[in-house]
Design a protein around this ligand. Structure first.
Ligand SMILES: *[C@@H]1O[C@H](CO)[C@@H](O)[C@H](O)[C@H]1NC(C)=O
Ligand SMILES: [Cu+2]
Length: 309
């Protein structure tokens, strides 16, 4: 049946709740929604940003792709979490949601030039500190082949070499299930943190947001998870900053993402262990729920009811 892949695509999408990062976990303690994360002004906050069939006319080529629609207007009332360089923190999803779309997850940081993060729009340089792409390409590329699939948030280390100062920390998940029709879905928001310590590292790669992605990139516009091979997907990843090394400290990156060697058909399996990141216990976020976090209905009301696509 000629159109079967599209039918399967439609079925797979239905029943996948959308999601947005709203809670910060520091020292194992989970914040309230939007306590340290800038809240978007979207009426339905968990809706994705796309290049076509947009919500609220926002695309990944707009300035508000930095920290989500209208969120800078909430920067001054968003608290700043103190985090020691080298500490592991997490950003968790609103409504205790889980990621129900296939695609990569990444975390970027950007330092407030003035030193005051509540006044910073994110128009400076961003660097990448965490990345999860394909974990097992023997699994289903439309679901659990992706490390982030099923996660309820991202747990990551602020590199020990991060210089002290105030930063935006931007967690992002990209759903690629609509990439065949330029409808990659971006889910992201930014926490405000103050990094302490004596780090003196310098990230090797810098990005601007917007500008970091565009819809000439096949990963977002052209890739088809129901038709393409894992190798093809990996090549598409490498064509974007998602395939770039993450900065883990020092003056250069360390590759924890895709490596070009594994896409060579001459070297099929021996490099897989380097290339794929098996899910480890670090993907399970320790949750110490504070009394206020999941019972704060005034906050959840502002964001609307969960949307089921
Ligand atoms: C998209 O980004 C790539 C990589 O940065 C760049 O080479 C290309 O010119 C960009 N295309 C558009 C249309 O902006
Ligand atoms: Cu979706």
């Amino acid at each position: 049946m000629k159109y079967l892949p599209l039918v399967i695509a439609a079925l797979a999408q239905s029943g996948s709740a959308h999601y947005i990062f709203s809670k910060l976990v520091v020292n194992g303690e989970e914040s309230s929604d939007w306590q340290y994360i800038r809240e978007t002004t979207r009426s339905e906050c968990y809706m994705p940003t796309k290049w076509t069939n947009t919500f609220d006319n926002l695309t990944p080529s707009d300035s508000d792709f930095r920290c989500n629609l209208g969120s800078f207007s909430n920067a001054a009332k968003t608290e700043v979490a103190e985090v020691a360089a080298g500490d592991t923190i997490a950003m968790k999803l609103f409504y205790d949601g889980t990621i129900g779309h296939p695609g990569p997850g990444q975390v970027y940081m950007s330092k407030a030039p003035s030193g005051n993060i509540q006044e910073y729009e994110g128009d400076g340089d961003w660097f990448k500190i965490w990345e999860k792409t394909l974990c097992d390409d023997n699994k289903d590329l439309t679901t659990d082949a992706w490390c982030a699939y099923g996660m309820s948030g991202f747990e990551f280390q602020i590199p020990a070499a991060t210089p002290a100062g105030e930063y935006l920390v931007r967690a992002e998940h990209v759903g690629l299930h609509g990439a065949q029709s330029n409808e990659a879905e971006f889910f992201y928001s930014c926490a405000q943190i103050k990094v302490t310590g004596s780090g003196s590292g310098s990230p090797s790669l810098a990005y601007k947001i917007p500008g970091i992605y565009n819809d000439s990139m096949t990963l977002f516009n052209g890739l088809n998870l129901w038709m393409d091979s894992a190798d093809a997907v990996e090549l598409d990843i490498l064509d974007t900053p998602i395939g770039d090394d993450v900065w883990v400290g020092g003056s250069s990156g360390v590759s924890v993402s895709v490596s070009s060697s594994v896409v060579s058909s001459a070297a099929p399996s021996t490099t897989a262990a380097v290339h794929f990141q098996p899910q480890t216990s670090s993907s399970v976020i320790p949750v110490t729920t504070t009394a206020s976090s999941s019972t704060d209905t005034s906050q959840t009301d502002q964001c609307g009811a969960p949307y089921w696509s």
